[in-house]
Design a protein around this ligand. Structure first.
Ligand SMILES: [Zn+2]
Ligand SMILES: [Zn+2]
Length: 178
């Protein structure tokens, strides 16, 4: 009887020790996990600050470019109220050469667009027989000397030169029929 009891209590002691060991192992694992998570968090924060620094640098770079662009625009538009930033002499030679190139390209685009639009307007005026200028009245004037025949007699008096070829209007002859 006593023997059996001793045996039981010895087994319980072993079991208890095993449980304790298991508990200790779990605690250790939990601690390790917590440490790993903390390390990961710290690393992420460090990464975040690196990203933030990069963004800050990029922002400063963009602001610098914006400043340059604003100076160029001020020059392009003939100068803002603040004359100190609006005159071409405030730009460097390199900036001026760059600006000249950019404005040249811009002008080419504008001229090509004007040509394309004019071409389109001429075609539609010829198709409808309506004035290229007001798009309302019938075409009834031929301009001299260019001989363009795309305007009405209401619009011609407001014009100094032909809207198609820019040649000065010497005479506007009224036409009949089409
Ligand atoms: Zn007209
Ligand atoms: Zn003309």
């Amino acid at each position: 009887m006593l023997r059996a009891a001793l045996h039981r209590s010895a087994r319980e002691a072993v079991l208890q020790r095993q449980q304790q060991q298991q508990l200790e192992r779990r605690c250790r694992e939990a601690e390790e996990r917590a440490e790993a998570e903390a390390a990961a968090r710290a690393k992420a924060e460090e990464g975040g600050s690196v990203v933030q620094a990069a963004l800050g640098a990029r922002l400063a770079e963009l602001e610098e470019k914006l400043g340059q662009a604003q100076r160029k625009v001020a020059v392009m538009t003939g100068g803002a109220a603040d004359a100190s930033v609006a005159h071409p002499r405030d730009l460097t030679l390199a900036e001026l050469e760059q600006l000249e190139k950019e404005m040249g390209r811009g002008l080419e685009v504008i001229r090509a667009t004007v040509r394309a639009k004019l071409e389109h307007s001429m075609q539609s005026a010829q198709a409808t027989g309506r004035c290229i200028c007001c798009e309302d009245q019938q075409i009834n004037v031929v301009l001299l000397p260019c001989r363009h025949h795309l305007l009405c007699s209401d619009c011609v008096p407001r014009l100094d030169s032909c809207p198609i070829c820019r040649i000065a209007i010497a005479e506007a002859v009224v036409t009949f029929g089409r």
